[in-house]
Design a protein around this ligand. Structure first.
Ligand SMILES: NC(=O)C1=CN([C@@H]2O[C@H](COP(=O)(O)OP(=O)(O)OC[C@H]3O[C@@H](n4cnc5c(N)ncnc54)[C@H](OP(=O)(O)O)[C@@H]3O)[C@@H](O)[C@H]2O)C=CC1
Ligand SMILES: CC(=O)[C@@H](O)[C@H](O)COP(=O)(O)O
Ligand SMILES: [Mn+2]
Length: 399
């Protein structure tokens, strides 16, 4: 390590989840570089307790007061000096804390938007896994990054791949890119008989072929709503027109995405499917550090295949471009509907094939109003309206 490298104080939001634990795995490999300043969880008190005992952060955050009280009591019994904060505002406050250098945004869903905006406005190194925050926040989010002088680093594997294919000088991006190709595994039902989709259970939908992830993103991968959200995420991260973002199914997930340049040269980033690679890059950019991921063994690769997405099998994918073409704020509506639909499916209140029905109908019915997208409060109110509509629809659907 060069003597000039400064230690980073890192706040890991959503530390008990799949991205959160992978982040701590990478951090553990580099004790000379990183200090864990704050950790957060929603309801898994025992998991957060174990992390706090291991990392001894300054703060542990739990939005729910009762869960925070449990954690506080457990830590007090152990003589821990970590301060436990509760309430959603604490997430934003600590993300913007003057002593924090870097924020890993690994909360799932629109709940991550407020702390992301706070970190962006405070000019942090913002490592974004929480794609829903950008899908909901859109222009407001990117404006906060620019005005706050934040360094926005994509963690989503496809977006990290695109970022790794592009020069560090962002002003050169527009001139270089013709379009980008986001790759997708196609999820666990790529070859399943479409007539049997109504029989899919949460366990089947969460069995992703290549990654162990949280339940919400796993279901999104199965419907390809994950890719629909990623198309919108890419549009904002790389300042592209919606038609410049395309999707290609690549079941092996070795090629993590590609940039097609103006001259038709294609740049790709490859590697074993392991989220510690994009996480390590986010933590160390512009340098590279050891991630813990296995090296790609080209001799052992069976072959790489690519196919166009079948829109009849994955009707949700097209909603991405539909929402981007609709009035501003429609992507927030789509995201809210999808969060409600996935939660209802995981609770066995609606069928797998009804997720799309609910998303499509909510997008058609809930219309953003002028000004909704101009502030966090406006976006959250729009999100609530869309959720209420989707919940009403869900109640009317028989599983
Ligand atoms: N997992 C992956 O490989 C990838 C994930 N992503 C994205 O990263 C984000 C996180 O995904 P993943 O790690 O899989 O999700 P998980 O469900 O595994 O983890 C989510 C984390 O957020 C916390 N959390 C959940 N709801 C709230 C809330 N309302 N307020 C505050 N905290 C909350 C959870 O706490 P608790 O544990 O207590 O429930 C947990 O720490 C998602 O946006 C996902 O799309 C992107 C690319 C890859
Ligand atoms: C690891 C990651 O970034 C996930 O978004 C994952 O790639 C899901 O892939 P699919 O949605 O293509 O199955
Ligand atoms: Mn992804």
């Amino acid at each position: 390590m060069s003597a000039s490298i400064q230690r980073q104080r890192v706040c890991v939001l959503g530390s008990t989840g799949s991205i959160g634990t992978n982040t701590l795995d990478v951090i553990a490999r580099h004790p000379e570089r990183y200090d864990v300043f704050a950790l957060s969880a929603m309801s898994r008190v025992d998991e957060l307790f174990a992390q706090v005992m291991r990392w001894q952060p300054r703060y542990a955050l739990m939005p729910d007061a009762a869960a925070a009280r449990q954690l506080r009591d457990k830590l007090r019994d152990e003589g821990s000096r970590t301060e436990v904060l509760d309430g959603a505002q604490a997430l934003a406050d600590i993300a913007a804390h003057p002593e924090v250098d870097s924020v890993m945004a690994a909360i799932v869903g629109a709940a991550g938007l407020a702390p992301c905006l706070a970190a962006a406005r405070a000019g942090k190194r913002l490592m974004l896994a929480n794609k829903e925050a950008l899908v909901v926040g859109g222009a407001l989010f990117m404006q906060a990054v620019q005005q706050g002088g934040a360094m926005l680093l994509p963690i989503d594997s496809e977006h990290s791949a695109i970022f790794q294919c592009l020069p560090e000088d962002r002003s050169a991006w527009a001139q270089r890119i013709d379009h980008i190709l986001l790759t997708s595994s196609g999820g666990p039902f790529r070859t399943r008989d479409p007539a049997t989709m109504r029989e899919v259970t949460p366990e089947m939908a969460c069995a992703h072929p290549n990654f162990v992830m949280g339940r919400k993103i796993s279901v999104d991968s199965a419907t390809m709503m994950n890719k629909a959200l990623e198309v919108i995420e890419a549009r904002w991260l790389f300042d592209l027109k919606p038609e410049q973002v395309r999707v290609l199914i690549h079941p092996q997930q070795i090629v993590h995405s590609m940039v097609v340049c103006r001259d038709n040269s294609v740049l790709a980033q490859l590697g074993t499917p392991d989220m510690r690679v994009p996480i390590a890059y986010g933590l160390s950019f512009p340098e590279r550090i050891e991630s813990g991921a296995e090296a790609l063994d080209f001799h052992a690769l069976g072959g790489l295949s690519f196919e166009p997405p079948d829109h009849a099998r994955y009707p949700g994918l097209a909603l991405s471009w539909a929402a981007m073409a609709a009035p501003e704020g429609s992507t927030a509506v789509l995201n809210a509907a999808n969060e409600v639909a996935v939660a209802a499916f995981l609770e066995r209140q609606i069928r797998f094939d009804q997720i799309h029905q609910l998303n499509e109908q909510t997008l058609a019915a809930v219309h953003p109003e002028a000004g909704d997208t101009h502030s966090l409060e406006g976006l959250l109110a729009l999100d609530q309206r869309a959720r209420a509509h989707a919940q009403q629809l869900a109640r009317g659907l028989a599983p």
